[in-house]
Each structure stands twice: as structure tokens, then as C-alpha cells.
Write a protein that binds this ligand. Structure first.
Ligand code: ATP
Ligand code: MG
Length: 324
């Protein structure tokens, strides 16, 4: 079975974009892939984190994986910092990554704008750590949202460069981006992606938002000019809301447009709010039913399995570059 690797950083608030762009597709991949899903805590540290909150977020992300349907019997679920090889391989890849390559990364450019006073070396190096995450497991498929394509491309470049210099150790990974849901936009600004680290909670529909908050946020969501419920390039806000509706209700957009023919934005938003609330209800029930103890056990078993693969790759890497 081909190997899949992906992760979510335990920072900010996981939202519908995280689910629709990434986790929803992971659940499907479990059927016929060897899947490895990681809570990438070392990545979260590239922007300022409060230690107590970070600890809570790490468990929250793991619970989100499990509540969404990631099955520890089929997939490996673990915390990045529990497998030291991630940081170790990152260092070795740092010695072949080039500064201009990292300077080109749009996430680095955006995030260094947001955190002007704390542009730390980790933020700059984020894509190399991500390459290490992927390459350690000889991953073939990396299911991500569109914003991560550039990083997966870099992982490929580094794998190719490493193999060229030191021998065929790494597999060249490919990003898997689903057209629908690859870029869920912010509710308060359809030109920006829905983001965990957004300062304004009106930006996102959090997976942990209670029903009244969901209804309120959707009511206040920005819409486009016009009255009709139709998707189109001139209607970015409405198109985004229709995409969310379509993916959660598992109905094609055209069918939803038909359902709301002759009806206004208010009615459409009410309908969408109910679809989101109906989706989140069982999800949140599962999420709230997971004990920290159970989740920690799953994560520890996952780390043991991940370590086996990672340590073997690291052995090969060390030998090939001339380390004793
Ligand atoms: P941050 O703003 O802190 O970077 P994020 O919302 O981008 O947070 P990540 O943990 O960086 O979340 O990303 C987790 C996964 O979710 C990645 O595969 C990413 O591509 C995907 N993803 C994130 N935001 C969206 C979105 N708005 N639409 C679709 N997919 C998304
Ligand atoms: Mg991100």
C-alpha cells in the first residue's frame, strides 16, 4: 500500500477549512493506504505559543483526528516531538536546503509579516522540517490544502538533491489536493483563506464552535452583490459558502443552487447553518467523549510504530552522508 503522511499544527483553532481541505480526505485514504497522521507540535512553535495552551492544543488536535474518523487500528497517529528523528533529519536536510529557496516560500513571507517582531529561524526553516516529516516515512502521497503545495514541492526538490548527492534513499513525494475544498476562504474576507491563526474569530467556523456561534457567524458572513444563490468567479463569498454546503451535505453545487432558486441570502444562510450544525453535532459528541488518557495511549502506541520506520530511515541517511 502506498504511504501517506500529513499533519496539522496544534496552534490556533482548527476549523472547517482544516477538515474539508485535509482531514476529510485522510479518512478516505485509510482504506487503501498506509497512513501516518502527525500532530506537528514542533511546527506550532514557529509562532509564539503559551506552554500550557500548547499542551492542551496538542491533545485537541489528536482528538479532532479521532473524532473525524481517523482509526488508530488502520493509521499511525502520533506527536511529532515524540519521534526525535524529525528534528534530526531536519538538521541534515538544512545542510542541502538553500536560503533563496526558503525565502521564496509564501507562507514564510505572510507569517513573517504577521509576526514582525518575532521572525525566528524556526519560522524560516518550517518547510525543511516539513520535508523531514514527509521523507522520513518514504511517503508517496501528501494530502494537503492548496496552501501547502509549495512546501511539498520543496520536499520533492530536497529528496531529489539528497538522492543525487548521497544515493537513492528517499522516495519523491506527491501532493494530493482535492479540487473541492482545497482552499476554503475566510467568512469575513473571501480573498483570504480560512486560517487557524486569524486574529478575528469571524474568519473561521471552528470545529469546536457551539451551534449558536455557528449560526451567528454564518449570518454575519460577507456576501457578494446580487440576490441569486449562484456560484461564480464574480461571487467569491457565495461560492465559498456553496462549497462548504456542498461538501458537508454531499450534494453537488448545482443541486443546492436549484434548491434556493428564487430564495434570498437569508434563507440560504439559514440552510447552510443547519447543515454545518448537523455535521458538527455528532463530531463534537465524539470529540467530547474522548478522554485525555485514551488519546495519550493512542499517541504513545502510534509513536512507537512511527519510531520504527523513522529510525530505520535515519540509519540509512547517516550512513550515506558519512556519519559514523
Ligand atoms: P495557520 O494559519 O496557523 O497556518 P492553518 O489554518 O493553515 O493554520 P495548518 O495546521 O497549517 O492550518 O494546516 C493543516 C492542513 O489544513 C493543511 O493541509 C492545510 O493545507 C489545510 N488547510 C488549512 N487551511 C485551509 C483552508 N482554508 N482550506 C483548505 N485547507 C486548508
Ligand atoms: Mg497553515
Amino acid at each position: 500500500m502506498p504511504t501517506v503522511f500529513s499533519g496539522v499544527a496544534p496552534s490556533g483553532v482548527p476549523h472547517l477549512g482544516t477538515y474539508l481541505g485535509a482531514i476529510k480526505n485522510w479518512v478516505e485514504l485509510q482504506k487503501d493506504h498506509q497512513c501516518i497522521f502527525c500532530v506537528v507540535d514542533l511546527h506550532a512553535m514557529t509562532v509564539p505559543q503559551d506552554p500550557a495552551k500548547l499542551r492542551a492544543k496538542i491533545l485537541e488536535v489528536a482528538k479532532i483526528y479521532l473524532a473525524a474518523g481517523i482509526d488508530p487500528k488502520k493509521s499511525i497517529i502520533f506527536i511529532q516531538s515524540h519521534v526525535k528523528e524529525h528534528a534530526e533529519l531536519c538538521w541534515i536536510l538544512n545542510t542541502i536546503a538553500r536560503i533563496p529557496e526558503l525565502e521564496r516560500m509564501t507562507q514564510f513571507k505572510d507569517k513573517s509579516q504577521e509576526h514582525k517582531k518575532d521572525v525566528n529561524v524556526g519560522l524560516f526553516d518550517y518547510p525543511v522540517l516539513m520535508a523531514a516529516d514527509i521523507l522520513l516515512y518514504k511517503t508517496q502521497v501528501v494530502p494537503v490544502g492548496e496552501d501547502q503545495l509549495q512546501h511539498v514541492e520543496l520536499a520533492r526538490t530536497l529528496a531529489e538533491r539528497f538522492n543525487g548527492k548521497f544515493g537513492e534513499i528517499f522516495v519523491l513525494p506527491k501532493a494530493l489536493v482535492h479540487k473541492e475544498g482545497a482552499r476554503i476562504m475566510a467568512l469575513d474576507d473571501p480573498t483570504k483563506k480560512m486560517s487557524k491563526s486569524a486574529a478575528n474569530p469571524a474568519n473561521y467556523l471552528a470545529l469546536t464552535d457551539p451551534p449558536d456561534v455557528i449560526r451567528e457567524k454564518i449570518k454575519k458572513a460577507v456576501t457578494d452583490s446580487g440576490k441569486e444563490i449562484i456560484a461564480g468567479p464574480d461571487k467569491p463569498a457565495l461560492s465559498n459558502l456553496l462549497t462548504i454546503y456542498s461538501l458537508l451535505a454531499e450534494k453537488p453545487t448545482a443541486e443546492i443552487e436549484k434548491m434556493y432558486q428564487g430564495k434570498g441570502y437569508a434563507e440560504f444562510k439559514d440552510g447552510l447553518a443547519e447543515v454545518v450544525v448537523d455535521f458538527l453535532k455528532p463530531f463534537q459528541e465524539k470529540f467530547n467523549g474522548l478522554s485525555d488518557e485514551h488519546v495519550l495511549k493512542v499517541l504513545s502506541e502510534g509513536a512507537a510504530k512511527a519510531r520504527q520506520i523513522a529510525s530505520q530511515t535515519m540509519e540509512e541517511v547517516k550512513k550515506s552522508v558519512g556519519l559514523i
